[in-house]
Design a protein around this ligand. Structure first.
Ligand code: DX5
Ligand code: ZN
Length: 220
C-alpha cells in the first residue's frame, strides 16, 4: 500500500466542538494536523494565531503542521514554536531573506517548510532546498478552503520532485488546496507524499473518518 501522510486542515472544522473534531481526526488515523494562519494582508482572510495552535497542541499528540500565510513571518516564528508547532512553513513570496528564515525556523526547534503559490515557479526553490524538510506546492490560491484544485499544479509537483532528486534533498512534497480522491493519485504519481485536506475531511457527507479513508483508498 503506498505510503502517504494526511494532514487535516482544521480550517473547515466545527470550532464549536474543536476538541471533539480533533479527537475524531486522531481516531480516524490522520497523520498531522494542519493549521492555516492567515493575516488579512498576504491573503484576503483572517484566521488563527498562536493561541489556537497552543489549544490544538493540548488537544492532540499528532504533529502540528503550521502554514503561515502572513507578511513578515520572521517575527512570529518563535511564537508558533512556543505554541507547539512541529512543522512551520512559510510562503516564499513573503520572505526576502528566505535562507535566514528557514535557518531561523530550525533554530527554534521546528522542521522548516517552504510554500509556493500557484504563480511561483518551482525553480525558485533551487538555492534553499537543502534547508527545507518540506516543500508545499499550493494547488489553489491561498486564502480559503473549499476551492477548486488547479490541474496545472500536477506538472509543477513533478518539476519540484526533479529538483529534489537533482539536489539530493530529503524534503517531502506536500500539496494543499482542493485535494480529493479524484486528484490525489495524480499528485502522488508526480511525487507528492503529504496531502492537506480541509473540506475533504471535515465536510465529507459520511463524516471525518470516511473522508480520511476516501483519501487513503484513492491510492491503495
Ligand atoms: C488554503 C489553505 C488550505 C485549506 C485547504 O489557503 O492553505 O490548507 O484549508 O482547504 P481545502 O482542502 O478545502 O481546499
Ligand atoms: Zn494550508
Amino acid at each position: 500500500m503506498p505510503s502517504i501522510l494526511i494532514s487535516t486542515s482544521i480550517l473547515s472544522a466545527d470550532f464549536s466542538n474543536l476538541a471533539g473534531q480533533i479527537r475524531q481526526v486522531e481516531e480516524a488515523g490522520a497523520d498531522w494536523v494542519h493549521v492555516d494562519v492567515m493575516d488579512g494582508h498576504f491573503v484576503p482572510n483572517l484566521t488563527m494565531g498562536p493561541f489556537i495552535v497552543e489549544t490544538v497542541a493540548r488537544l492532540t499528540s499528532l504533529p502540528l503542521d503550521v502554514h503561515l500565510m502572513v507578511d513578515n513571518p520572521d517575527t512570529m516564528i518563535p511564537w508558533y514554536a512556543q505554541a507547539g508547532a512541529r512543522r512551520l512553513s512559510v510562503q516564499i513570496e513573503t520572505c526576502p531573506h528566505i535562507y535566514r528564515t528557514l535557518e531561523h525556523i530550525r533554530s527554534v526547534g521546528c522542521q522548516p517548510g517552504v510554500v509556493l503559490n500557484p504563480g511561483t515557479p518551482a525553480e525558485s526553490l533551487l538555492e534553499v532546498l537543502p534547508l527545507a524538510d518540506l516543500v508545499l506546492v499550493m494547488t489553489v490560491n491561498p486564502g480559503f478552503s473549499g476551492q477548486v484544485f488547479i490541474p496545472a499544479m500536477v506538472e509543477k509537483v513533478a518539476r519540484v520532485r526533479r529538483l529534489i532528486e537533482q539536489t539530493g534533498s530529503q524534503a517531502l512534497i506536500q500539496v494543499d488546496g482542493g485535494i480529493d480522491a479524484g486528484n490525489l493519485p495524480a499528485c502522488y504519481k508526480a511525487g507528492a507524499r503529504v496531502f492537506v485536506s480541509a473540506t475533504g475531511v471535515f465536510k465529507h457527507p459520511q463524516g471525518i473518518a470516511a473522508g480520511i479513508k476516501a483519501l487513503r483508498d484513492s491510492v491503495a
